[in-house]
Design a protein. Structure first.
Lengths: 434, 190
């Protein structure tokens, strides 16, 4: 009884502190340690503080996190995002809503060099939105397509959230990253078809784009070598088994570094400190949440909450798929006000045992969860991608961007439905891994 | 007032120094991992100690950037429920949150210091190809967490001054609490 009361109070206090502007990582650590003190005494909490900060972070796998962020950032400074946008456009600009489709595909290419969603949205947004405005695109479509395209950043490998997911749930990180490829491509296809349908229903959304001749199209293609190189090293390296995930990240960052040098020569060294600082702060931000979540999870396990919730959920007389749907639905309200990493780290200790008890594949669930987090990134009131875009497209009203993005939420649910109905879409490629 | 400003300046200068240190460490991480992989494939002779070294390095990157991340307000926090509060009230809840954070990180600093000291005294090392001592990695935790504590103290003091002076809020525009936005936007704008 005492344990139950402590657990309920702890969870309420956690939610309260998070809502009261306390950094999520600090709140998790504070409540986690407080809970441990209540259940096991001060010595136990001090023991955790003694050992956990080092043990939970000193891991060879984690080196890939700053390196994936660094790779994306260096690729950005090497103007690879501009290439990605150009190629997307030359190839698909003629379709109805072609610039928006080109942007989404460009996001997909760029996502393959970067592991975070917001970065993809910000990068592509600053290139694509002015272009679409110039061509008379509806601002809702223009901003919505970038906010949604940015989501590909965490699905298409590399993906920082998937690395963390793999570590916490003890799933193969390589398999998870490879598992994101088909769902990522599917998302691009569904988004693009969605744009075509939207524009066919309402042609005023997007005037027809410039025609690029076959020659122009072919001439644009060699530009692709730079991002294809990074994709080849990172995804190809992991897939073929030549690289571990960490080695792939280091080599990806190294390639991006060389490309930056080739592009900007000496000037590269001016932007290096910024790229390194961003990689450092993102890493710090992510792992401090992880550290806080470790304290919180320790408390949850001491209170046997994951065990009790799993026992309760699996004792319900409903089909596994209903339970899966229930679990996935939790992510919608959470996604409305929390970021991807926090959501994952807070929920996984409770949710993942349920998924395992239901005998669902951990890899498959990881991808579904990323999809739910993606949806959270473009839903009001706090859709981070939408806020990023509103920082770039200052003349477009925030509500309009949300409206533009909301059409893509429907498309996201279509992709999610397909992934639930056909788990092979996720599991096929990882199954081929050596 | 002057004293708080000077104190803040010193803390921020030191945080930046730690950030630069972590940047150098990141570069070494990247080059050493690449070189290690190449040598392993080319001449089947990996560089001894790269894995052990980088495991200590990732800890250093995480904790050395800790206080800079706080300065740039890049530790994720939720703005939604407090953005319509009167500035003075918002400042009060912020200060309380920072204070609770300070309690945790002060305890963490002390324990991390003890852990580093113990590792140094008993000569604890990581089992692996090379005997790599554990204390430097653990010491960076104490250093980074201590700097974060000093930064939190500075923010708490500034908040208190604002509250006591009647809650005049210079920064009334609510800022989105996601860490990535600002720096990404800045870099995208260039």
């Amino acid at each position: 009884m005492y344990t139950t009361i402590v657990s309920i109070i702890a969870i309420l206090v956690l939610l309260f502190l998070i809502c009261m502007r306390m950094p999520v990582a600090f709140a998790l650590a504070f409540v986690g340690l407080g809970g441990v003190i209540a259940l096991q005494g001060v010595d136990c909490a001090l023991g955790l503080l003694f050992s956990i900060p080092y043990e939970s972070t000193a891991s060879w796998v984690f080196i890939c996190v700053p390196l994936f962020v660094l790779a994306g950032q260096l690729a950005l400074y090497a103007d690879i995002s501009t290439d990605a946008y150009d190629i997307g456009n030359k190839l698909f600009g003629r379709l109805p809503g072609g610039l928006a489709i080109g942007t989404i595909i460009g996001c997909g290419f760029f996502a393959a060099t970067s592991g975070v969603s917001v970065a993809t949205a910000a990068t592509m947004g600053s290139i694509a939105i002015p272009e679409m405005e110039k061509h008379g695109y509806d601002p809702k479509l223009a901003t919505g397509s970038v906010a949604a395209g940015g989501l590909l950043g965490i699905m298409i490998p590399p993906s920082v959230p998937l690395v963390l997911y793999g570590f916490i749930t003890e799933q193969s990180i390589g398999a998870l990253l490879i598992g994101g490829i088909i769902p990522g491509i599917m998302t691009i296809v569904v988004f693009s078809l969605g744009v075509v349908v939207m524009v066919m229903l309402n042609p005023r959304l997007a005037p027809l784009g410039d025609v690029s001749s076959l020659k122009e199209k072919i001439r644009a293609l060699p530009k692709a070598w730079r991002f294809l190189l990074i994709i080849g090293v990172v995804i190809g390296g992991i897939y073929s088994g030549v690289f571990t995930v960490t080695e792939a990240a280091a080599n990806g960052a190294f390639c991006a570094f060389i490309l930056l040098l080739l592009r900007h020569g000496k000037n590269s060294f001016k932007v290096m400190p910024q790229a390194l600082a961003l990689a450092g702060t993102v890493t710090s931000m992510v792992f401090i949440i992880m550290l806080g979540a470790t304290f919180f999870t320790t408390f949850l396990s001491l209170a046997r909450i994951p065990h009790n919730v799993t026992t309760f959920m699996t004792s319900l007389d409903v089909s596994p798929y209903t339970l899966l749907a229930l679990v996935l639905l939790i992510y919608i309200p959470l996604g409305m006000f929390l970021d991807t990493v926090s959501i994952m780290l807070i929920t996984l200790p409770i949710v993942f045992p349920i998924i395992q008890a239901l005998n669902f594949s951990g890899i498959w669930f990881g991808i579904l969860m990323i999809k739910m987090c993606e949806i959270g990134l473009i839903t009001p009131p706090v859709g981070l991608n939408v806020y990023v875009i509103s920082g770039i497209a200052k003349n477009v009203d925030l509500t309009d961007i949300f409206r533009g993005a909301s059409r893509f939420i429907i498309l996201e649910f279509i992709t999610l439905g397909l992934l639930i109905l056909f788990p092979q879409l996720v599991l096929y490629l990882p199954g081929l891994l050596r | 007032m002057r004293a708080i400003e000077t104190y803040t300046r010193v803390v921020r200068w030191f945080s930046k120094l730690l950030l630069y240190t972590s940047s150098v460490i990141l570069l070494i991480m990247m080059f050493s991992t690449v070189a290690d992989g190449f040598l392993r494939y080319l001449i089947h002779f990996p560089i001894a100690g790269v894995i052990e070294l980088n495991e200590a390095f990732i800890v250093a990157v995480i904790f050395l950037c800790l206080s800079w991340t706080q300065i740039r307000k890049e530790h994720v926090f939720v703005e939604l429920f407090t953005k319509n509060m009167p500035p003075r009230k918002r400042e009060i809840v912020t200060v309380i949150g920072l204070f609770l954070g300070l309690v945790v990180f002060a305890a963490l600093t002390y324990q991390a210091f003890m852990a580093a000291y113990e590792a140094w005294e008993i000569g604890d090392f990581r089992q692996g190809a090379v005997r790599f001592p554990l204390w430097p990695g653990k010491a960076t935790i104490a250093l980074g967490a201590a700097t974060l504590c000093f930064e939190l103290i500075s923010e708490i003091l500034q908040g208190m001054v604002k509250i006591l002076s009647g809650g005049e809020d210079q920064d009334s525009s609510p800022k989105q609490g996601d860490g990535l936005c600002d720096s990404v936007l800045n870099s995208a704008a260039e």
